[in-house]
Design a protein around this ligand. Structure first.
Ligand SMILES: NC(=O)c1ccc[n+]([C@@H]2O[C@H](COP(=O)([O-])OP(=O)(O)OC[C@H]3O[C@@H](n4cnc5c(N)ncnc54)[C@H](OP(=O)(O)O)[C@@H]3O)[C@@H](O)[C@H]2O)c1
Length: 300
């Protein structure tokens, strides 16, 4: 693709910082939307809580990638925390969608972060982008998060939602917290271990986001998950293999519920997600297998 000007929110995060590096390395002009005083020409101020964006800084942007949001698994889900999780995504998305729609020359694409939490607990059943929303806090949150992009859709901007699975990385996200536990030999299956975990290597997450940027046919929800989800027991065994550690320290579901509160429901719920739209549009995964994905994370 010819070099483009691309704006990114959540650019300091795990996915955002990796995407910014990847785009910059290929000669794209990347603008970071920051929630503080901008530190240079490549930063533009936005205030997701106050609903404002310095839209002058978005002039000439062909795509906006919106990845900002308070960390889902960072803290216990108190009512106050749930409000932060919801507001940071729903208000943030509404803010960025309105800003994009207001530009004299709107971007071609608004690509929003999203999550497979949309599907709720799907047990052993496969789900794809045509499957309905599930139940629970996360499923409700993701529906509101995606709906908040309506102003961009209404303005005719191609709008896509990257429904991301568990990103395999040692540098952040939920997986980032698994590595130290397994390294210490304290890793083990969670609950029954039969729940499906739909994972994606960080490298493939970034490549898939770039594929969506480049492929004008893709809009609406797109699942970003490896083609063969594994059960938590299988993932646990793979982590043990990769780190040469035992994985006998199973954590019973009630203990997880006490330790993690309501967020335990997310860890224990099963999501067997098929990345149908990525595969149908010709996306090739570099690290489709869990051993490859963990190996890549260890080398990063
Ligand atoms: N990592 C995963 O496994 C995973 C899985 C599914 C979905 N996702 C979703 O993908 C998106 C990016 O994930 P990530 O792993 O890169 O997340 P991350 O590392 O937690 O980064 C998110 C970024 O959002 C911004 N942010 C933090 N708190 C905020 C708040 N209260 N209001 C507005 N912005 C805030 C921060 O960037 P600035 O300080 O630069 O503004 C932060 O670096 C998130 O929406 C996440 O829910 C991630």
């Amino acid at each position: 693709m010819a070099p483009m000007r691309i704006a990114v929110t959540g650019a300091s995060g795990l996915i955002g910082s990796t995407l910014v590096r990847s785009l910059g390395a290929d000669g794209h002009d990347v603008v970071r939307l920051v929630r503080r005083v901008p530190g240079g020409d490549d930063e533009v101020r936005w205030d997701p809580d106050g609903g404002t964006v310095d839209t002058a800084g978005l002039t000439g942007c062909e795509a906006i990638v919106h990845l900002a949001g308070a960390g889902i698994g960072d803290r216990r889900w108190t009512e106050a925390r749930k409000k932060v999780l919801r507001d940071s995504r729903v208000r943030g998305t509404d803010t960025i969608a309105r800003a994009a729609a207001s530009l004299d020359t709107p971007p071609r694409l608004l690509l929003c972060g999203s999550a497979i939490g949309f599907y709720g607990d799907t047990g052993d059943s496969w789900v794809d982008e045509d499957s309905p929303a599930g139940d629970g806090f996360l499923a409700d949150l993701v529906q509101q998060w995606e709906a908040a992009a309506a102003p961009a859709r209404a303005a005719g901007i191609r709008t896509a939602h990257a429904r991301t699975g568990l990103v395999v990385s040692g540098r952040g996200g939920a997986w980032g917290r698994l590595f130290p536990v397994f390294r210490a030999g304290l890793g083990g299956r969670m609950g029954s271990g039969r729940q499906y975990w739909s994972f994606i290597a960080l490298h493939d997450e970034i490549a898939a986001l770039r594929h969506i940027i480049d492929d004008d046919r893709l809009s609406g929800p797109v699942n970003l998950t490896a083609p063969e989800p594994l059960t938590n027991s299988q993932v646990t065994a793979a982590m043990g293999r990769a780190l040469h550690r035992p994985t006998l320290a199973a954590v019973p579901a009630p203990v997880l519920r006490v330790a993690l509160g309501e967020f335990a429901g997310d860890v224990l719920s099963s999501q067997r997600v098929r990345p149908r739209r990525l595969l149908d549009s010709g996306f090739a995964f570099a690290f489709p297998e869990i051993d490859q994905a963990i190996g890549a994370a260890l080398e990063a």
